[in-house]
Design a binder for this molecule. Structure first.
Ligand SMILES: [Zn+2]
Length: 69
């Protein structure tokens, strides 16, 4: 994975530009937020970070079930 703070990330498959975006999914009190890099040219997709937000009777719990570099 090539990631530079001073430039845009590069697709490891085709060398194209990766687009950074956030997707959410959920229901039933649990919401998952994913921070994803995607290449429009070849369809490459990488999940950078997943955040899970769960609502319970004691409050809201935020967990990080998956952490990738
Ligand atoms: Zn690509």
């Amino acid at each position: 994975m090539i990631w530079r703070s001073n430039g845009s990330p590069k697709c490891p498959r085709c060398g194209g530009r990766l687009t950074y975006y956030v997707e959410t999914e959920g229901g039933n009190g649990i919401k998952t937020i994913r921070y994803v890099l995607r290449c429009k040219a070849c369809g490459y997709r990488q999940v950078l970070q997943e955040v899970m937000i769960r609502k319970t009777s004691e409050g809201v719990i935020i967990s990080l079930p998956k952490a990738k570099n």
